[in-house]
Design a protein around this ligand. Structure first.
Ligand code: ZN
Length: 397
């Protein structure tokens, strides 16, 4: 990063949010009731699929604009949108196959956040070519329709590929996408769930990250989202490849995924960034704090991710800034978050934000000289929040 921290004035670069599914913002708080069986990622996914069936292009744009507004208010100035809701509820493409992608672009432009659009390639429901389920039909593309969606223009931002997961694409599709768009950002969900590791071992005789790295050339353009259950050998391979691990601590905690071994990965100069993923809560500070607290709880120590040269908050922030910029494919050096630096000095300005005040520490946010957030509120909050409220009341009726 060429941007510097100016802690004496409280000015720091905006943090990239490397993994978001914007529409899931509208489900926040609606899945916190235990069902008859034990709840897991997989039961949550069923609820998410039911919710998705109702969303129109207008709904998607309204929800995404609200989520992106909250991201700016929370110190995220760039978002990588892992976008898989492509088609009509019955699975037929809209007249414009990129309709939903263009709604994401429009929402980001309206709000003023930087965007890396990651159209998702989704072909099957499980390892070994299992046919997709009815509830996945809005996500599916063949190579031709996917290539057309990849032509979506993202003014001021960029576009990259997102093979959904090793469950959802064949190895042939993975190789095709990786070679066709080589050099652009490439993101994939991998090793989030132990069941995925077991299924991958059963189908291919290899663990997911080993399989991924044996299939395509993983380099610094890749972001491996979650990687929660990577073993020591897989973590060493990711670090050596200089790829970024996309950690989503709040969502991973909410879904009960598990904990990535961050200390081991950092000891190997591993690179990571953070993402708000399900957007159940939108806060750059909370993502970094939850990341550190997960490690404190499991190791029964304090400042697990800190080092001797700087505070823990500063180390987390600088690592997530560099890793996030690499993963989204943009340094966005004109993005500035101004923090309340009142009573704090040096690294304590960051630590106060990340560990104590959370979003309340954010005074203003600007991009390219334009002030988008003032006194913690987005300049279009009233309009965007009113539209979101209307959308939600119809969806939840
Ligand atoms: Zn995700």
């Amino acid at each position: 990063m060429t941007s510097k921290l100016h802690l004496e004035t409280g000015r720091v670069p905006g943090l990239p949010n490397l993994h978001s599914h914007a529409f899931q913002r509208a489900m926040a708080g609606l899945t916190e009731r235990r069902g008859s069986q034990s709840d897991s990622f997989w039961t949550w996914r069923e609820q998410m699929y039911r919710f998705v069936e109702r969303l129109t292009p207008d709904d998607l744009e309204a929800i995404a604009a609200c989520a992106y507004m909250e991201m700016l208010e929370a110190g995220f100035t760039w978002v990588a949108e892992f976008h898989y809701l492509h088609h009509q509820p019955d699975g037929r493409p809209y007249d414009n196959v990129a309709e939903m992608s263009e709604r994401i672009v429009a929402a980001a432009a309206d709000v003023g956040i930087g965007l890396t659009l990651l159209p998702v390639l989704y072909r099957q429901s499980g390892f070994g070519g299992q046919p997709p389920s009815l509830s996945q039909r809005r996500f599916l593309n063949d190579r031709d329709s996917y290539a057309r969606i990849m032509e979506t223009r993202v003014p001021g931002g960029c576009i990259g590929i997102a093979p959904h997961s090793l469950r959802a694409v064949t190895l042939d599709d993975l190789r095709w996408a990786a070679t066709t768009w080589r050099g652009q950002p490439a993101h994939i969900h991998v090793s989030e769930q132990t069941r995925e590791v077991d299924d991958c071992l059963a189908a291919h005789g290899r663990r997911p990250i080993d399989l991924l790295m044996d299939t395509v050339e993983i380099d610094e353009h890749w972001c491996l989202v979650h990687a929660t259950h990577a073993d020591a050998g897989e973590r060493a391979r990711i670090a050596k490849a200089k790829a970024v691990v996309g950690l989503c601590p709040i969502t991973e905690a909410n879904l009960g995924d598990g904990l990535f071994d961050v200390p081991d990965f950092l000891a190997q100069q591993g690179r990571f960034g953070v993402g708000s993923d399900s957007n159940v809560r939108v806060s750059a500070a909370d993502e970094l704090r939850t990341l550190e607290y997960g490690q404190r709880l499991i190791h029964r120590q304090r400042n697990v991710l800190g080092d001797a040269s700087r505070s823990t908050g500063r180390r987390l922030f600088e690592a997530a800034l560099a890793g996030g910029a690499q993963a989204v494919g943009s340094e966005a050096t004109d993005d500035i978050v101004s923090l309340d630096a009142g009573n704090w000095r040096d690294d304590a300005v960051l630590d106060h934000w990340l560990f104590a005040a959370d979003n309340a520490a954010i005074v203003s946010v600007e991009r390219g000289g334009t002030r988008l957030v003032e006194q913690g509120r987005h300049r279009h909050r009233e309009r965007l929040a009113a539209r979101y409220k209307k959308t939600l009341s119809r969806l939840l009726a």
